[in-house]
Design a protein around this ligand. Structure first.
Ligand code: NAG
Ligand code: NAG
Length: 384
């Protein structure tokens, strides 16, 4: 009896381990078909040096993050001259700026900035990698990542990127994509980032799905001086095809997202939760279908620039708008849900719907869900 139950126990334990040795599920939306490291043997790097080596070598890899990888202070700190931009009207509660990219205008008072160097030096991930957090254990502190120079077929799943000099504009981006293709960002969490949580441009980022992730804008250093992070997502690539689906984007105050150039964006079933600034800031030229999203307490769902856009947008502002999608999508589009939120405008350019249909595998929208049901399933530790 004891022997049999031990065997059963060992079997059950093996099942648990098996469930944690790689990517869970597969991408839908435009990154459909991404395989990352495929069937490469999964392994957890011992430390940040081994992690960096595995991310940057030419082997297909399944890299497990089973603990916190702390890059803070790994390259030391630097003190130099930065500036206090006009946006910072609240001093130490606001965001000052590093002058790395010569961004500080002569009008901005010079201030001394002390920052962690590591967060300003992202790691360039090579092709054919899956990076997957185990359970809720995967955390990267003080380092961001770039997918550039032709790196492609990359999966980032189920880990938290945090503490990239949140005090400073230009303190670090979490994920940059430019000159890449087939990228799946899933069940991630982003918090306390200095600059963008996700940025694409100026080259193409190809086919990208950003799904089930938490964008947590709560910060003590807010560029908009309201406790919310301003620099959330900047999507300004050439011919990018981005599915933004089922994410929880909360407590942000700007660029949630900003979209421009020739980006095609399907923003579907996201929960835009509490934004004292703006959500969509769209430049003419982008093609965007917004459907099945929930906007709750979002002061400016669309900037004035967005409300002035004359073509390329379809925002399913009414139930009647939804049925006109059928010709292009083979189904109705789902109406967005607005509570306690500002002017959503009304856009019904079917060219946006056609662009989504042509861009690849289309995320199957569900009706805009009651708010709590989505926030429980997104982010780290919620796979399966
Ligand atoms: C990535 O994997 C694909 C498919 O297995 C292969 O054709 C390609 O050469 C790989 N790329 C690199 C850079 O290893
Ligand atoms: C903001 O600062 C307070 C007081 O130091 C701290 O308890 C809190 O965790 C900070 N919030 C964030 C998001 O870092």
């Amino acid at each position: 009896m004891l022997g049999a139950s031990l065997v059963a126990l060992a079997f059950a334990a093996r099942l648990v381990v098996a469930a944690q040795t790689g990517v869970v599920g597969s991408a839908t939306g435009f990154a459909s078909g991404v395989t990352g490291g495929g069937n490469a043997k999964a392994a957890a790097p011992a430390d940040i040096d081994e992690l960096e080596a595995w991310l940057t070598d030419d082997e297909p890899r399944v890299i497990l993050l089973d603990k916190e990888y702390n890059f803070l202070d790994s390259m030391g700190t630097t003190t130099e001259e930065g500036c206090r931009p006009a946006s910072n009207t609240c001093g130490s509660k606001g965001q000052d700026a590093l002058d790395g990219p010569n961004w500080c205008s002569a009008d901005y008072p010079v201030v001394s900035v002390t920052y962690d160097v590591s967060a300003t030096k992202p790691i360039d991930i090579k092709s054919n990698k899956s990076i997957v957090g185990v359970g809720d254990k995967g955390v990267i502190r003080g380092k961001g990542f770039r997918l550039v120079s032709g790196a492609e077929n990359i999966i980032l799943q189920n880990f938290h990127i945090t503490e990239l000099n949140p005090e400073y504009i230009w303190g670090g981006d979490a994920i940059q994509m430019s000159g890449t293709d087939l990228v799946w960002i899933d069940h991630m969490k982003f918090s306390l980032i200095g600059r963008q949580m996700i940025v694409t441009g100026y080259e193409t980022a190809g086919r990208v799905t950003i799904s089930n992730s938490e964008f947590d804008g709560v910060t003590n250093w807010s560029a908009s001086c309201n406790g919310e992070h301003y620099w959330t997502m900047l999507l300004i690539g050439e011919q990018d095809k981005i599915t933004l689906a089922n994410n929880w984007i909360h407590s942000t105050s700007g660029r949630s997202p900003k979209v421009g150039k020739t980006t095609t964006l399907h923003a579907v079933n996201n929960f835009f939760d509490t934004n004292g600034g703006h959500n969509f800031d769209v430049e003419q030229g982008a093609k965007i279908l917004l459907e099945g999203n929930v906007f709750k307490n979002c002061k400016t769902p669309m900037t004035q620039q967005t409300l002035d856009v004359t073509s390329g947008l379809f925002n399913v502002a009414t139930a009647a708008d939804g049925s006109s999608c059928s010709a292009a999508l083979g189904r109705v589009c789902q109406q967005n849900s607005m509570t306690g939120s500002g002017d959503f405008g009304s856009f019904s350019d079917l060219a946006a719907v056609e662009a989504i249909a042509e861009a690849g595998s289309v995320w199957k929208a569900t009706s805009a869900r009651p708010v709590p049901s989505i926030s429980r399933k997104v982010g780290v530790g919620k796979l399966g």
